[in-house]
Design a protein around this ligand. Structure first.
Ligand code: 4AD
Ligand code: MG
Length: 431
């Protein structure tokens, strides 16, 4: 008998197949047993009438959830069953019986309990769909760049230089070298790489020792960054819009069943087409004041403020040209107004906050050196970075997209902890 995956059942209607998986749910209704099986690709209902095989019926009626089993039976199409197919059971082989009761059995477990059992929680339906969507988002991001001729460049995790800001680095000892940091960003390395390869991207874990426990913050999160030689601020923003619209469309086309299974209102996602609205930081401050926030020009825009801004739009909104004082050292000043920089943040709709941080980079040697000193960063560590402005320096731009915030938004999740397989937050490194 052929071993098939549940997601491929439609190609096997009328045939006898074998499914290797786990008991998801079991119930019986009089003389009919319903065994819901999952195999990592989906869930399917297997049905057996007692009269057809009383002995098998008895054995099936004893199976507890999360028993590992191989089931055999005929695939029939049944519009009433979820997924449209059903298996008429004619054999069950138990591979492993749980040693204890599976801990996740109720609908109303608290989040802490579920996070403590994350290694088991990911077997549940909603988490299955979310992780599948995450996978599709990652694939769409890669496809976007690959279709456009970008080159993937993996940037290091141990770094000698601080990438974003000195306040939230993880430091560790690196043999005789002394202190190094876990990467907050791969940007500086992508800047080097784009001068060699033109347009480049990375995709990897980043680390921020931030004492924030908001629904948008992780200590370890995945970031996709892109860096393009000869791109200026405007080109940069256009690429970001195209990326985000592409990813949303791809997920709608290829993971719609998963979005629907978790109850996402996909009509909101269908609106995410280019161009996206753009406002300046100046206008954002005016808007916030009008909405009753106590903010002044020069203040950073925090989570609540981001939510308030994004409420005004039904697409992601780009906020550009922030004061240079509240942004990273490497950002190119606006030639018309040197007190602001050629940067932008993209805020997701529905209160999901900043999903992209971006800017044109300083390409002038003297100015960059001055900024490194002004920010109190150690010049030695930036020797190689300054070299990029000594040899063949050109205007260039790039951005970083936070994966988990993007997943949380596209899935409509309450918190980023469900957007990553094993979250690292302020109070959690287990499991
Ligand atoms: O805005 P950030 O800090 O930008 C950079 O790191 C740039 N060097 C990127 C670049 O230009 N190459 O971070 C980029 C994105 C944010 O917009 C946010 O989506 C996400 O990374 N992010 C976080 N996601 C989850 N938890 C955190 N603690 C995050 N910090 C940033
Ligand atoms: Mg940012």
């Amino acid at each position: 008998m052929e071993w098939v995956y549940i997601e491929d059942l439609s190609a096997h209607i009328g045939k006898d197949v074998e499914i290797r998986g786990w008991v998801w749910r079991r119930r019986s209704s009089g003389k009919i047993a319903f065994l819901n099986v999952r195999d990592g690709t989906g869930f399917v209902q297997c049905v057996l009438e007692e009269k057809d095989d009383p002995d098998l019926f008895q054995r099936v009626s004893k199976l507890d959830i999360e028993t590992s089993i191989i089931v055999r039976g005929r695939v029939v199409s049944d519009p009433r069953s979820p997924g449209g197919f059903e298996i008429r059971l004619n054999g069950v082989e138990v591979i492993h019986e749980p040693i204890d009761l599976f801990p996740i059995r109720k609908k109303d477990h608290g989040v802490d309990f579920l996070m403590n059992h994350r290694h088991l929680w990911i077997r549940s339906k909603r988490q299955f769909h979310i992780l599948r969507i995450r996978h599709r988002i990652i694939r769409a991001i890669r496809n976007f760049y690959d279709e456009r001729g970008f080159v993937l460049v993996d940037t290091p995790i141990f770094t000698g230089a601080i990438g974003e800001s000195a306040g939230n680095t993880f430091e560790l000892d690196y043999f005789d070298y002394g202190k190094v940091y876990l990467a907050q960003t791969g940007q500086l390395y992508l800047e080097a790489a784009c001068m060699a390869l033109g347009r480049v991207y990375n995709f990897g874990p980043t680390f921020r020792a931030e004492k924030s426990k908001t629904r948008r913050h992780l200590i370890e999160f995945w970031m996709n960054e892109a860096e393009m030689a000869y791109y200026e601020h405007e080109d940069n923003m256009r690429l970001q819009e195209e990326l985000v619209a592409y990813v949303v469309r791809d997920v709608l086309e290829n993971a719609l069943e998963h979005l629907e299974a978790i109850g996402r209102d996909v009509r909101k996602l269908e609106k995410v087409t280019t161009p996206f609205p753009r406002i300046t930081y100046d206008d954002a401050i005016k808007l916030l004041k009008k909405k009753g926030f106590n903010v002044e020009w020069g203040d950073d825009i925090g989570g609540d403020e981001e939510t308030a801004i994004s409420e005004e739009f039904d697409k992601p909104v780009i906020v550009e040209k922030y004061p240079r004082k509240i942004k990273a050292f490497y950002m190119q000043p606006d030639p018309q107004r040197p007190e602001v920089v050629l940067c932008d943040d993209m805020l997701a709709p529905e209160g999901y906050g900043e999903i992209i941080g971006a800017s044109q980079r300083i390409h002038d040697y003297d100015l960059l050196k001055e900024r490194i000193e002004e920010f109190g960063l150690p010049l030695e560590a930036y020797d190689w970075y300054l070299d990029l402005r000594k040899y063949g320096s050109v205007p260039h731009s790039g951005f970083g997209l936070g994966l988990e915030r993007t997943v949380a938004w596209i899935c409509g999740l309450e918190h980023v902890r469900e957007a990553i397989p094993f979250a690292r937050t302020l109070y959690r490194v287990y499991p």
